[in-house]
Design a protein around this ligand. Structure first.
Ligand code: TXA
Ligand code: MG
Length: 337
């Protein structure tokens, strides 16, 4: 066992917080069986206690200990996708303190696919509650540096496992309903789950914002930059250009798909003081870069960010969901004068 893992285990056993690398984003971990340790996570993040945390385990055999019921579907999915970016919501065992799940009778479990996280889980020999290691409603961290900058003082130790391979949070699948439902799309796609389970519902941030009676705490805008950020479909480029022409004193950053950024059509969009950020044309690469590019764009000190939504296709579902949550609709632009 390395010195840093040993140190992390000590901190966790004493009820402290350790930031851990995973393949998706960095997590802020605490002992999921210790109520006051879990309380510290909510305090460090400024997270409302009504938002449940994901519990990390080393493998499916350990997961079953923390599930009151471990359905056949959970076993099949864990065998296929763990360790990996898939969180399974199943009935909660009493060993997981209720603070972890915001009092819910269910718990989200996942085995992260990162060697350091797995080493730590084995050495700690217990379940680790870990939300993304960012301040509540801010952009999730994909490097140890992001965590140090944002939460450094509140964390006992930051385990540096390099930049995250996936770059956006895990797929969350609810297995406690009659029909399984994806509560948050991620790198494990609906098609991959359907291939194993049959029909699966998919809820995205876009759906949530279309719902008329929105409940507080299920606001679609989070993971957001501090700079006002607007999403737009490729077809709405003329509106963005119109904004550019009528707001000549404002500075903006444009996060565009590489293919769009390379096209001559964007020339009228970009003023001298603007910043153009091209993003990858493949969903997997786009996901890996999205949060660090958002953080960078947010730090530029520009007046607004404009983010092009990738195409409305299944392979882009998770990325579109995150862009959606990070932004407002272009129709809100009048608020920005
Ligand atoms: O990739 C990830 O999942 C990262 C890394 C660190 O593992 N973690 C993460 O955690 O994104 P967090 O806390 O930022 O997101 C957890 C989300 C909650 O907001 C909620 O939507 C869902 O997972 N969730 C967790 N437990 C749940 C439950 N029992 N029922 C329904 N949804 C749950
Ligand atoms: Mg989060």
């Amino acid at each position: 066992m390395t010195e840093s893992i040993r140190n992390a285990v000590e901190i966790l056993r004493a009820g402290g917080l350790v930031a851990i690398p995973t393949e998706t984003v960095y997590g802020l971990a605490a002992d999921a069986t210790n109520a006051s340790a879990v309380q510290r996570i909510f305090e460090a993040k400024g997270r409302p206690s009504t938002n449940p945390l994901i519990v990390h385990v080393a493998d499916a055999n350990i997961a079953r200990r923390y599930a009151r019921q471990w359905p056949q579907a959970a076993q099949a999915l864990a065998e296929r996708f763990w360790p990996g970016p898939l969180t399974l919501v199943v009935p909660r065992s009493k060993a997981i303190v209720p603070q972890v799940t915001a009092g819910l009778d269910s718990v989200g479990l996942r085995a992260p696919d990162h060697p350091l996280a797995l080493q730590l889980l084995r050495a700690f020999d217990g379940p680790l509650a870990a939300p993304s290691a960012n301040r509540s409603n801010r952009i999730s961290p994909t490097t140890a540096e992001h965590v140090k900058r944002e939460l450094g003082d509140a964390v006992g130790q930051v385990l540096d496992g390099g930049p995250c391979r996936v770059g956006i949070e895990s797929t969350v699948l609810d297995l406690t309903r009659d029909r399984p439902a994806i509560l948050r799309p991620g790198a494990i796609t609906r098609d991959q789950i359907v291939a194993i389970l049959g029909p699966v519902e998919l809820q995205t941030a876009a759906d949530a914002s279309d719902r008329p009676a929105r409940s507080p705490g299920r606001q679609p805008v989070h993971y957001a930059p501090a700079t006002p950020a607007y999403r737009f479909a490729s077809g709405d480029m003329p509106q963005v250009i119109a904004w550019r022409r009528t707001h000549l004193k404002k500075r903006a950053a444009f996060l565009l798909l590489h293919s769009t950024a390379a096209a001559g059509a964007v020339a009228p969009l970009i003023n001298e003081s603007d910043v153009l950020v091209p993003l990858p044309s493949m969903p997997v690469d786009y996901a890996r870069e999205l949060y660090s590019q958002l953080r960078r764009a947010d730090a530029l000190g520009v007046d607004a960010l404009f983010i092009e939504l990738p195409p409305d296709e299944a392979q882009w579902a998770a990325v579109r969901d995150r862009v959606w949550r990070a932004t407002r609709s272009l129709s809100d632009i009048e608020q920005f004068k």
